[in-house]
Design a protein around this ligand. Structure first.
Ligand code: NAD
Length: 426
């Protein structure tokens, strides 16, 4: 089932996320015979915007923040991608994440291109007022970039429905109207979609179940560890547990826990709710080192926090048979080769975490339509779309005798290539 052809050597500069994208893009392009012209178009983002944002802090001093937005491609539709608030946000990271959005939307069969944005800041150190002023300043600076049919942001690490509500409000003020579809991931009640909050975690669950089926494994007899207990990780852990999968390890930036008998995820959720969103102090397991979660003796590993955590060294020690990438870019290209040699199946980020953008698309459709679906409708459409995407990627992995990651890139590249050739204005 897992293909064991000799992995193609990769060349990429350590720490450059965009090089990690190009490494995979080049391998996939070669395997599926993508034209050099199309490859070159996709190696270069369409537009990169960088702004400086002066913000009045609570201490009365003005602080300058750096804001970014990269539009990687608009070939298949308006560009779509989240906004990240973190200290490591930079050109390289935003560029990489924007390219993954192009491929993710194509894999998910939704009519969008790819973009990503971010602000270099530590969201945990900002007061609510500072965060609001920063978000509004960013929106004003990006007013000519964003647009319902142009570029549509959403939440990512460090942002949530709260920031999306400020963005739509600021945008509405600037353009003097009501444009709910300019951003997705909004709170339900101001144009958000039911089911959006849990959507990425739900997609992780659906793709995990689809992979277990291919592997002939019973969900009720397998164990998992989940890194990250934010939006993606906490919903993924909850939903995997609800399908009978025993979650033996969970962790966030404050603490990591192991429980052979299975962690009570509902108790962990209650704990984070009562403790400012963090796992520190949870007593439902033994505390272990953060990296031990990645190499724990479980069947499924779900990285749902940071990029570049599955390095060569970690990959050599991974015991899981299946890795489901809830996070974007958790595995380095060098680690890919090791996992492939070990026969570990990796459901790549551009497939596994595509549930978020799929329900974002449903939110945008509902905003345009002015008519809102019930949660069952959202879930049914989401599950069907995720299963279709999984099957297409699985098929391409098998057909081209490669990994699911390269199978996913091939799935995306062929669709984007079709778009480029059909439009053909070069
Ligand atoms: P979030 O901010 O809600 O949560 C991030 C989690 O990671 C938190 O639990 C945090 O404590 C944890 N974390 C941070 N540093 C850590 C460390 N050093 N060790 C262990 N855990 C650490 O973010 P999120 O929205 O859940 O995003 C997580 C990942 O999923 C990111 O890669 C993001 O790009 C990706 N993603 C998110 C969505 C979405 O809809 N939110 C969609 C697709 C992909």
């Amino acid at each position: 089932m897992t293909t064991k052809t000799k992995p193609t050597p990769v060349e990429h500069h350590e720490n450059s996320m965009f090089d990690a994208v190009l490494a995979r893009l080049d391998i996939a392009a070669k395997i599926c015979g993508l034209s050099e012209d199309v490859t070159n178009i996709l190696r270069n983002p369409q537009r990169q915007v960088k702004v400086s944002l002066p913000v009045m802090m609570d201490n009365g001093k003005v602080q300058i923040f750096e804001g970014f937005r990269t539009i990687h491609s608009t070939i298949l539709g308006p560009s779509k991608g989240g906004i990240r608030y973190a200290m490591d946000v930079c050109d390289d990271e935003v560029k990489a994440l924007s390219a993954w959005m192009t491929f993710k939307c194509a894999v998910a069969n939704i009519p969008y291109g790819g973009a990503k944005g971010g602000i270099k800041c530590d969201p945990r150190k900002l007061s609510i007022g500072e965060s609001e002023r920063l978000t509004r300043a960013y929106t004003a600076a990006m007013a000519d970039v964003f647009g319902v049919d142009k570029d549509i942001p959403a939440p990512d690490m460090g942002t949530s429905g709260r920031e999306m509500a400020w963005i739509v409000d600021e945008y509405n003020k600037i353009f003097r109207g009501s444009f709910p579809g300019v951003v997705t991931g909004k709170p339900v009640g101001i144009g958000g979609s039911l089911g959006r909050d849990a959507a990425t975690g739900r997609g992780v669950m659906i793709s995990t179940l689809a992979a277990l089926k291919k592997m002939n494994l019973d969900p009720k007899k397998v164990t998992a560890s989940v890194q990250g207990f934010g939006n993606v990780g906490s919903h993924a852990a909850r939903l995997l547990a609800s399908r009978g999968i025993k979650i033996c390890a969970i962790g966030d930036h404050t603490a990591t826990f192991w429980n052979e008998k299975g962690i009570d995820i509902q108790a962990a959720l209650r704990h984070t709710k009562e403790n400012g969103g963090v796992l520190r102090g949870f007593n439902g397991g033994t505390e272990i080192k953060a990296n031990e979660l990645l190499t724990a003796n479980v069947d499924i590993l779900v990285p749902a926090a940071l990029q570049n955590v599955i390095t060569e060294e970690i990959a050599a020690n991974v015991k899981a048979k299946l890795i489901v990438e809830g996070a974007n870019g958790p595995t380095t290209p060098e680690a890919d080769s090791i996992l492939q040699e070990k026969g570990i199946i990796v459901i790549p980020d551009i497939l596994a975490n595509g549930g978020g953008v799929t329900v974002s698309y449903f939110e945008w459709v509902q905003n345009k339509y002015g008519h809102y679906w019930n949660e069952e409708e959202v879930k049914t459409k989401h599950d069907a779309s995720m299963n279709d995407a999984f099957e297409q990627v699985w098929y391409n992995g098998q057909h081209y005798k490669t990994t699911m990651r390269i199978g996913a890139y091939i799935t995306a590249l062929k669709k984007v290539e079709f778009g480029i050739k059909a439009k053909g204005s070069y």
